[in-house]
Design a protein around this ligand. Sequence first.
Ligand code: CTP
Ligand code: CA
Length: 223
Amino acid sequence: LRAFLAPKDLSGLRLLVSAGPTREYLDPVRFLSNPSSGRMGYAVAEAARDRGAEVVLVSGPTALPDPWGVEVVRVESALEMRKALLDRYPWAQAVVMAAAVADYRPAETLKDKEPKAEAEKLLRLVPNPDILRELGERKEGRVLVGFAMETREGLERARGKLARKNLDLIALNYVGREGVGFGSPENEVTLILRDGRVVELPRLSKREVAHRILDFVKELWKR
Ligand code: CTP
Ligand code: CA
């Protein structure tokens, strides 16, 4: 019902959203990952759809069903996510990067499962590419939104990421606050804009946080 009642104030917007964790495989049965549930990114995709945007959602492995009315591209690793996002980037007018991309991957991945003593040799890690930074380098008028998960020095670190990745807005999450963040239905975020505005949102549902972020995307896109 909500979908039909929402104002279609984002119609005409082509929005690319990423969500969920990535998995970095050591072998077919072992991987490195993180606790992202995907809920924040899915909430953004659904809220934008309800407001009339055309949405492509690039999702790492999650337990969530594909949202209706959204094109969903399922990926596993950071390298797959990078490729899916770069493929769609020319089409997009705005990107909300809510995925929790693994910072490292094993230098090698074994084709078969081997005893753990073999797999141990694979614990040499290499850094994954910074996808959002690459998108920021070829931005060309798009609206770019990132997330930052921090446990301390949040404002400073998030501002650094905003600048480094050439973003318009970064949503800062404090991990470890009770009842918010990874896996929970609610979130408490601070929105930091390129133009210097800082908006501290109260504890809200992820859907409501998504709408607040999209209000800024709309403002910046219309400019
Ligand atoms: N991000 C990305 N590619 C990566 C890592 C992060 O696109 N390899 C994106 C995330 O999706 C998020 C933003 O960059 O929107 C910030 O992620 P975060 O992990 O907070 O930043 P990092 O640059 O990885 O810095 P840190 O060393 O603090 O983890
Ligand atoms: Ca990181």
